[in-house]
Design a protein around this ligand. Structure first.
Ligand code: FE2
Ligand code: FE2
Length: 447
């Protein structure tokens, strides 16, 4: 048996802690209690409490058994958590710290303190519920979710992530991306994490295409955000990654279906008017070359290819003898030819491309100063792609033969766009054309 707690009852009476000395053998009864203990156990007074047995307060038999077993074995129990039933029948979480004593006559006692930890326990249980709710929520997300510390070591992942790397979530803790992914890919992920950690800025919706070992491509979209401690310091990152491969493939196949459908329109134009057809193909090449020189990406270059090929497809509806009439057109004929932009728009407006193809084409005869047609748009009202298409159209038309006139030549065409720079034609597009001519000569117009 160990040393005793020396209870100074006069000062301990009103502490927020219950104090007791309890006779364990041969009798079972409280010898000393304080008002706080009576209060915790919902007894009207400490005297009323003295009649009770300590053993009877335990709600759970296992908890009672464990408490007395530890006490007998070790002589003391520290902060033992148990549920006690109060006088009013309520259940209350308490923590008992006690020592076993024996006097000269071999009588056994327990003395110690009992604290009410119900509030603490309720908070703990709420936190536990919250944490398992969070885990359940994370596990139901069909995206990879991961939390990493400052060293980019994984501290938590959801089931989807674990499935992706073929391990149990517990097996992943403490590892890094380099344990699961090819070095290049892991390095990219590492750099992104470092960026978030160092700047405190998130990375939102980053789309990445990755080459897989089997030669196929995967496409993912990732968001990474910093995690802060109470003091606002960045202590790690949280990321969520969605596999978009199937969706991207679906988009791709939808797009190629659309491209096939509009190619049929171009074919119809070829059958109607081979001159216009070869013009549109060359315009498409020129527009793509300008786009490339402007640093445009694949989707925009595809837009320029289709816009070039289809910009005059509305001419299908115009009689050939007007389209290719030598000499000048009457006002009525000219208005009829101008209608090709509206006819193009009508033909293409219902095809749902990921870029405004019908609008780009509808605006290819607009000019910066508002003197174009059909809407007399000005400056920024005209889509930039339409401004590229306009310049490409003029360059091609002037440098090639038409049934109604000879080719005018590159110099004349360049004079036209130089003279119209900033009034008819976009200055940046004109400058890009001159850069291309300076670097490639007239080759830039050849197809
Ligand atoms: Fe046109
Ligand atoms: Fe044209």
């Amino acid at each position: 048996m160990r040393d005793t707690f020396y209870l100074n009852l006069s000062t301990a009476e009103n502490l927020g802690i219950g104090l007791f000395k309890y006779a364990l053998y041969p009798a079972q009864r409280f010898i000393i209690t304080n008002a706080t203990l009576a209060n915790i156990l919902e007894y009207p007074s400490k005297i009323a409490l003295k009649k009770e047995r300590l053993e009877d307060f335990f709600v759970n038999e296992d908890e009672r058994g464990t408490f007395f077993a530890i006490l007998r074995r070790e002589g003391r129990v520290r902060f033992f958590e148990a549920r006690f039933r109060t006088k009013k029948g309520n259940k209350r979480w308490v923590a008992i710290t006690a020592s076993a004593l024996m006097d000269k006559r071999k009588r056994e006692y327990v003395e110690g303190i009992i604290e009410d930890i119900s509030t603490h326990k309720a908070t703990e249980e709420a936190l536990e519920r919250k944490s398992s709710f969070l885990q359940e929520l994370l596990d139901n997300i069909p995206d990879a979710v991961y939390f990493k510390d400052k060293e980019n070591k994984i501290i938590k992942v959801n089931h989807f992530y674990a499935k992706g790397v073929g391990l149990e979530p517990e097996e992943i803790i403490g590892k890094t991306d380099f344990d699961f992914y090819p070095k290049d890919l892991a390095q990219k992920m590492h750099d992104d994490d470092k960026y978030v950690l160092n700047t405190g800025n998130p990375i939102v919706g980053k789309i990445e295409k990755n080459l897989l070992p089997d030669g196929s491509w995967s496409q993912v979209i990732t968001t990474k955000i910093p995690m802060h401690n109470g003091g606002g310091e960045v202590i790690g990152t949280m990321g969520i990654t969605r596999d978009m491969t199937e969706y991207a493939n679906f988009e791709q196949s939808q797009l190629s279906m659309l491209v096939n459908a509009v190619s049929a329109l171009a074919k119809a134009l070829e059958m109607h008017d081979p001159y216009t057809f070869s013009h549109t193909h060359r315009v498409a090449r020129v527009a793509q070359r300008i786009g490339k020189a402007l640093g445009w990406k694949e989707d925009k270059l595809l837009a320029m290819k289709l816009a070039g090929e289809l910009h005059d497809v509305g001419k299908i509806g115009i009689p050939l003898d007007i389209l290719n009439k030598p000499g000048s057109l009457t006002d009525v004929e000219y208005r009829l030819v101008q209608e090709h932009v509206l006819k193009c728009y009508e033909l293409l407006k219902d095809f749902r491309f990921p870029f405004p193809l019908a609008e780009i084409i509808y605006q290819h005869h607009e000019r910066l100063d508002g003197n174009g047609y059909p809407q007399h748009l000005k400056g920024d009202q005209i889509l930039f792609e339409a401004r590229v298409l306009a310049v490409s159209d003029v360059l091609e038309a002037m440098t090639h033969y038409r049934p109604y006139r000879q080719a005018l030549g590159l110099e004349v065409a360049l004079d036209e766009i130089r003279a119209g720079r900033g009034t008819k034609y976009d200055p940046q597009v004109v400058d890009t054309v001159f850069d291309l001519v300076n670097n490639n000569g007239s080759d830039f117009l050849d197809t």
